[in-house]
Write a protein that binds this ligand. Sequence first.
Ligand code: ADP
Length: 989
Amino acid sequence: MFAQELVLRQRTEILHALCSSGSAERLEQVLDILLSQGELTWEDYQNIQVPGRTLYNSARQLLDLVYTKGVDTCRICLAALKQVLPEAQGVCLSYSECCTNLEEKQENQNTCTETILTQRPNLVNKLQGCIDGALNALVTSGHFTSVDCDEVQLPVYTPSQQARHLLDHVRSKGESAAKVILKYIEQKQESGSPVNQEKWTPPKEVLKYQKKLSSSVSAQSCFLSTYGGTSHMSLDDIYTEGQLELAHDCADVHGPLGLEDIVGAAGTVNKEADTVLVCGEAGSGKSTLLQRLHLLWARGAALQNFLLLFPFSCRRLNTEQREMSVQELLFQHCCWPDREQEEIFQFILDHPHLILFTFDGLDELKQSFSDEHRVCCPTQPAPVHVLLFNLIQGSLMKGVRKVVTSRPEAVGPVLKKHLCKEVLLQGFSPSGIDCFVKKHHSDPTVAAKVLESLQTNTALLGLCHSPVLCWIVSQCHKELLGCGEGSPQTITDVYLMILQHFLQHQSSLKSTTGLGWLQEHLKTVLHLGKLAFDGIGATCYIFSGTDLETCGVTEKDICMGFLIQSKDISSTNSKRYEFLHVTMQCFFAALYIVLSNNIDRSTIPKLFEPQHIRDTGLSSTCFMACLPSTDQQKLPLEAGDVAAETPNLQIAATFVSGLLSQRHRTLWLHCCPSAVMEKKVRQVARCLSKGMQKHFKSIPRAVEGEKKSMHAMPGFVWLIKCIYEMQESRIAKDAMSKLQVDHLKLTYCKIGPVECTALAYVLQHLRDPVGLQLDNNSVGDVGVEQLLPCMHICNSLYLRNNNITDEGIRKLLAKGIQCDNFRKIALFNNKLTDACTQHFSHLLKTKQDFLSIRLGNNNITEEGAKQLAEGLKLNRSLQYLGLWGNRIGDAGAEALADALESSKTLVWLSLVGNSVGSTGACALANIIKNSTSLEEIWLTDNCITRTGVECLIQALQLNTHVKSVWLRNNDLSLEEVEEMTQRESRLTF
Ligand code: ADP
């Protein structure tokens, strides 16, 4: 049959195959191929890609055009479809023998502009993982402006769309821009992959296996699994970049990481190890991130150094009771080779650098990581967790790259020893939230309304940094927009919103009985609650039909949408279910604790002491004591297993606190006796108070002359969050009444906006002012805003390394000015520029008791220093000013010197690393000349020459009060240093 006729006859099928996923990706890939083959002109392309046109209409337009262009174009179009569509979808299309393989267009084109056209599909693939770098190269070479970059990186574009827009822009800029981009890609390749460069092809059987594996990986990863029960959402359409950072400082890596950097060499701390850990809280998007990586690999759009990718879920590995070898693990749990299993496995063993394993959710494995039990032989059977631990350590399959995800609680020092690097997934950035909401709502007016409502409720906005909460909020937009003033404040509020949403929307009953929505569905909630509760006690997240039956879960309960069918490895197994998300399971467990009459009295106290459970090594058995004795016998628990359920118990406890909040009590009114409820409330309040006291008891006595300081122990922030969920100031006040410290240190405590909201809620009840040290967290601007309610109780605020921008500072200082106690601020290593200095200037002018400003390692220039100087001129109190590692230069130093010349309070000034030369130093010498208070001035790492130092020496001769002037690393010879040290001993070189 002629190709033309095939295109016509199969029109419906082709349209369906291209568009049914809702994602434009397939159509765009076909367009890329047709453009590169010269079958479409630019005009054709633009006529198809008309903005605002629906996907189906664009595809129809393409088919019309291809048909009118004749048989050759149709033949190539069919070949393109064959290449782009996954096998599963391609089978329903017939391509005929006239559809031959696509020709690789030669690279010997005359111009670079031609090359970017003929190599378009290839270049789109290559650019996806490095858009930032490519844009950088184009900006540096002067071809792109920031407007061009913004247009390319519109948040609604997927990475491949960004790559296409980038190429389109490059094309419009002409030959030299095309040259820059080709060179950039070439360099990128040279520095990156050692693979694929040799002209070497793997054996045919391996390639066949790869095809099968990648089409299975693609099929499993193209939809977001958690939407399975409710609606289909294509990953391409909804995926939003999360914030990825290295867990440790690394000199070579600046700024956020891209997806491909996870497996790349960047930030490696242990070259011997093969395992990368991606660490993030529940709901931060770890599984989704892996899913994205899987999909990009399967499509050939990323990780192309790896020929075979084997994805594993620890949750599913838990259900594997048999002992097996690595070979069985790979083939049975991921993809079965139709032929030549031995040959394929041998290939895997021989080429470890071409293989990638991913293990999602190490925290969900029943056993904690240990490196005691060694297995080195890939054909030796062992329990699955033992295999997994040996793979992670590299005693099995050394050289194979492994990416493991986990919640932080499950990562101990033994595991860390075996990691080549650790990457932190921090959820969505503020622009990520914006982007996600826009992607989630195809109607832009709805998206705008949701975003607007988030802007007016910053506590909720803070919660939306967690992707799972962002999803719930987007999903429940009707409830959100309808609730006006009473919009959700706490995590419990958000989960109650989705509970109501699902119960009312999925149920056919739709409140026919006139009861409250919860009362109407109480049975469902209790059935699911029991399932969740028992599951958490037994580290069980996948449930069989029997499990469901035992808890009374019916078909109707399943239909509510909280349970989804588990994607099982071996399709022969009967149906298994899991909760939409582990946090949903914790929420149902909490509902059960609150609503059930069958709960043991000790359940709540034990729930609030999970740390204790872990410490005693009793783990699950202890929690099992909370379960009715009949249930205990059913829970399988091998002796020696130390389950990883503590974080889930903590999440469940947080929900229990929230559910028992006064605000929600009317909801339970007709669901259980109020006396029972009151008792549970009292129990929780007692647990929280006791928990807090335990922390306070650990505070050591103050060393004489020093302030009494408390460093938060594990569990402190969690208790604070529980108190916040209760939203009862009586409880917060009670908890804080016993805390008597001068300094509260919460460094490296994973404090983000959500934690800031809770902290501010609780700390505002402190009796005496404290120094609040939140260094090295991820507070960000939203978190800063959340802290405002407790600013009046903070005398100093330390926010070093917290991703704060000028906007956050604007809000912080506007509030700080009104707070009598507020005297000191430290903001080392944030994202501050000259736009924040006017606010500091205003603070200095207004608050004549402010003592210390430290702004090191930001991006403040001469302009910023001049603004600061305006404030300093009128200030009579500042003692410490730190500007280490900015770029104020001579002019900035002169402005500051002029302002500080007559200061009677300045004790310490640091301008280390600020490109200050002798002009600046001579100006600063005037401060020394006149000051009666100055003790130290730091000028290390500048470019001061002899002239500058002479000025400083002369000034020092007039000042006996100054103790030292630090001048290491300036423009001075050894002889000069020697001579000047002789002349003035207070100079330190
Ligand atoms: P984790 O594995 O860290 O617990 P998940 O990956 O399961 O978190 O994410 C929970 C939910 O949040 C997902 O089902 C999805 O709805 C949403 N989500 C997470 N990450 C993303 C992302 N990058 N883009 C879009 N949605 C996301």
